[in-house]
Design a protein around this ligand. Structure first.
Ligand SMILES: Nc1ncnc2c1ncn2[C@@H]1O[C@H](COP(=O)(O)OS(=O)(=O)O)[C@@H](OP(=O)(O)O)[C@H]1O
Length: 830
């Protein structure tokens, strides 16, 4: 039987109006609804046939809307789902005029469908507005289901209606009743996931736990991997998988059929052996507690709610602003707890008055093309409340329901961070951020933390998808010690770099605990000469040509450079070659990075003389140590980006390192803003210096069992992508996953700056656009294995390097590369 891919609608029945909830009670309405399902032609799975079943019907929400509207006159059913205004969980009220009760003609039970509001725009949106109800008779439900079958031109057995134990539904509804606004999404997502699981498990004679149809043209779409609906709800809700004996198999695609078969890639046992997961204890604790609660049927709403809304890296769902007013004044996250209890107290009383009987929740989880809608992000971006003042930061909006990143890909820029990010988020247990690069810790630090977290999926997405983590990739993090400091202090207020040295073992234990609370750090490094060429193109050639072409008033020697000329014209007349720029920088770097050079002095002055400086002790310790380097000829910690590049000479010569160049080639001295990174096309490839600051915080020689930083070689990602990704996965403590389908899609952001999300297929024949993209882009350089150069690019005179300069570069980088390999404990092939 083929399972339909249309999004499911969950129709749930209400709990009895009693505060002490009896899970074994079979509500009349459930029985009536079960009868309704049985009396329809749809198959059910109520094995013991005792009516202990409510039903889940897969139906497209748009379709349902149409159907409901269509039936309005027939039987008085009101259909007022406001599909226009719905985005994520942002459901809106319907007008009370639209609601009225229907006398049903099937089983004597009338069914009220109440649409909850989760409209975050409204401060006072805590209660479900009963006026917003719309009403649906059992007859119309059946009719809708039947017409749906017809309208979709499917065979009967394409729609599967499965029962869920009514006590489970009672249980869930009870939660909704006691805390409707806050927990509704969580539970609906859980139930939807259960439905999917139930549907697929009953519909397949094989061991498949999930089946997701593949849309015709999406099979090659990497994003498909992010739509796997495997989920923890089955574990969470205490439901055992049907094939317990099956060891879980990690996400597998069955390409032979028109479907992708996915098995949940982990079970609770995976967690038990995977201690490296930062929040392992929380996850296991939440699962275990929830299972116990369900098993005993004696849990309090608070307990279960807490467990379900504190998932892995997510903060408990915050209370609405309205209820925050009731709490004692508190600006920190602990306020959430007070809020919750207060809210529950109020709502438990109120809950009795709620006439919740059915909730319709739609969730469009299976359409790969609408991936972005599938991930429920916070409905409101909080940027409007932000200013740069630190007092504003103290009044952080609550973090409830938001999730923090568990890993940061910190760079280096032009080393394949886009590919690494996309490959990694192809793992079914990782949810992507709203965008690859958030740049919070370098550019947007003044924004509240909630702004940062609003770029990540919410707790509902985590629960619904069975995700274990999310993360981002901002290459602008790596070069800056102040970013290391910001990350450490953001996630742990106790951090100080010397913690591990404070008082022997105790200090070390303290340090471990602190580091475990930080996101894991992933860095990627590439042959520095190749990186430099990529940067030259991205940071210099492309922006310069774009600007020149636009004729935006760039002058040389007082004369305006004409716009709309050919690229070749600009390259020949107005651009420095790679070698020219790199040579100028090399002189500066050599002086800066020598033992006792300006970099060492500058860094010591900046950090080693101010006890309040975050890295004070690190800098002093390392400057006294003779064993920090492999060859004793390179200096200790250097803040390369700040220390090595001198200030502007003039507007026309923004770096004094370009002084000679400007004199020799006045026609190429462009007064362009945003060429600042060109100062460090070579420097950013001396990876050891920026990384050592990160290692000061995230690694410790004495603690081999706790490495919180992992470095990937770009060339390994190019040559052996699957095993490279497997290493990253192991580092993150995630279940194994076969990345073949993810990495074989191609590479991201190839050739200058095509966009972080733009894929270039590995074999040009596979990609119609590839050729076009490359022919637009004749400027490039001789590439190594990891790059994507073409013969055309290799001919570009701007990129030609003399043998002597190439050797000089190799010689320059060699000691720093060795020092890097010693730091990271492995060698890259350069
Ligand atoms: N899988 C894989 N293996 C090897 N190399 C790869 C891979 N994916 C991307 N790339 C190359 O990485 C360069 C882009 O790096 P980033 O995405 O980090 O750039 S950015 O800093 O975010 O702008 C860019 O380099 P250039 O093409 O030389 O510019 C990409 O081609």
């Amino acid at each position: 039987m083929r399972v339909k891919t249309i999004p499911p609608i969950v129709i749930m029945t209400s709990p009895p109006p009693s505060e002490s909830f009896d899970f074994s009670h079979d509500n009349d309405e459930i029985a009536a609804f079960s009868a309704l399902v049985r009396s329809s032609s749809l198959p059910t799975d109520d094995d013991d046939n005792d009516g202990d079943a409510a039903s889940l019907i897969s139906v497209d929400d748009e379709r349902l809307h149409q159907l409901l509207v269509a039936h309005h006159d027939d039987d008085g059913t009101i259909a007022s789902l406001d599909t226009d205004n719905r985005e994520g969980s942002d459901w809106r009220h319907n007008s009370s005029d639209d609601a009225h009760v229907v006398n049903d003609d099937c089983g004597g039970a009338s069914i009220t469908v109440t649409e909850p509001t989760l409209d975050d725009d409204d401060d006072d949106h805590d209660d479900v507005n009963e006026d917003a109800s719309f009403l649906l008779s059992p007859t119309s439900v059946r009719r809708h289901a039947q017409s749906l079958i017809k309208s979709n031109n499917t065979k009967d057995n394409d729609v599967v209606v499965n029962p869920l134990p009514s006590r489970l539904l009672h249980f869930i509804l009870h939660k909704l009743q006691t805390n409707p606004v806050l927990s509704i999404s969580t539970f609906c997502m859980g139930v939807i996931s259960v439905c999917i699981w139930a549907i697929s498990s009953s519909s397949s004679s094989s061991n498949n736990l999930f089946r997701v149809s593949k849309s015709s043209n999406s099979c090659d779409d990497i994003r498909l991997h992010k739509t796997y609906p495997a989920f923890p709800a089955e574990v969470l809700l205490g439901i055992t998988a049907p094939h317990e004996s099956d060891k879980p198999i990690h996400g597998v695609s069955d390409q032979s059929q028109n479907s992708v078969v996915v098995k949940p890639p982990y079970t609770i046992t995976d967690f038990q052996y995977n201690k490296s997961l930062t929040y392992w204890d929380e996850v296991v604790g939440a699962i275990a507690q929830t299972q116990r609660n369900i098993a005993s049927y004696a849990s309090s709403a608070e307990e279960v709610w807490t467990n379900l809304t504190t998932w892995g890296p997510c903060y408990p769902r915050a209370i609405t602003h309205h209820h925050r007013n009731h709490q004692r004044s508190s600006n920190n996250n602990d306020g959430d707890d007070d809020d919750r209890h207060q809210y529950l107290r109020i709502n438990r009383k109120k809950g009795l008055d709620h006439n919740w009987t059915y909730i319709v929740q739609t969730f469009n989880s299976y359409n790969p093309s609408s991936l972005d809608e599938n991930i429920i992000y916070p409905t409101e971006r909080i940027s409007n409340q932000c200013t740069s003042s630190s007092s504003t930061k103290r009044q952080e909006p609550p973090l409830g329901g938001l999730c923090r990143p568990s890993f940061l890909i910190i760079g280096q820029g032009k080393c394949g961070t886009s590919s690494l990010y996309h490959y990694l988020t192809g793992h079914p247990r990782i949810l992507p951020a709203k965008e690859k690069q958030i740049d919070y810790f370098n550019y947007h630090r003044a924004m509240p933390l909630s702004w940062y977290y609003s770029h990540f999926p919410t707790i509902e997405s985590f629960l619904g998808r069975g995700a274990l983590m999310t993360g981002e990739a901002s290459p602008g993090y790596m070069p800056y010690p102040y970013v290391v400091e910001a990350v450490a202090q953001q996630f742990s207020s106790n951090w100080k770099p010397s913690a591990a040295n404070d008082d022997g073992l105790k200090g070390l234990e303290k340090w471990k605990a602190i580091v475990r609370s930080l996101p894991k750090i992933i860095a990627i490094v590439r042959n520095p000469i190749e990186r430099a060429k990529s940067s030259y193109k991205y940071n210099y050639v492309d922006p310069a040509i774009t600007k020149l072409r636009s004729g935006s008033g760039i002058t040389v020697q007082g004369k305006r450079i004409p716009g709309k000329k050919s690229d070749a014209y600009y390259r020949t007349n107005h651009l420095f070659s790679f070698e020219e720029l790199a040579y100028a920088e090399l002189i500066v770097l050599k002086e800066c990075l020598k033992l006792g050079g300006s970099g060492e002095r500058w860094t010591y002055d900046e950090f080693g003389k101010r006890p309040a400086a975050f890295f004070y002790e690190s800098v002093r310790r390392r400057s006294n140590s003779t064993s920090t380097t492999s060859d004793s000829t390179t200096p200790p910690l250097i803040y390369l980006d700040e220390a090595c590049y001198t200030a502007s000479k003039s507007k026309a010569v923004p770096r004094t390192q370009w002084n000679d160049l400007a004199t020799e080639h006045p026609n190429k001295t462009l007064t362009l803003p945003n060429l600042h990174l060109v100062q460090s096309i070579l420097g950013r490839g001396v990876y050891t210096f920026p990384l050592e600051w990160w290692y000061e915080v995230f690694s410790h020689v004495a603690v081999r069992d706790l490495d919180h930083i992992h470095v990937v070689c770009t060339e390994d990602m190019a040559d052996t992508p699957e095993s490279t990704m497997e290493n990253v996965t192991n580092f993150l403590g995630l279940p194994d996953f076969d990345f073949t389908n993810v990495t074989s899609v191609g590479r991201y952001n190839v050739g200058g700056h095509r966009g972080y999300d733009t894929i270039t297929k590995l074999h040009p024949d596979d990609d119609e656009n590839h050729g076009a993209a490359m022919s637009e882009d004749p400027l490039s350089f001789p590439h190594d294995e990891s790059s994507s150069g073409t013969a055309d690019e290799e001919d570009d005179p701007l990129l030609t390097i003399s043998d002597s300069f190439l050797n000089e570069l190799i010689h320059f980088y060699q000691p720093y590369n060795e020092r890097l390999f010693q730091l990271i404990g492995k060698r890259c092939p350069w």
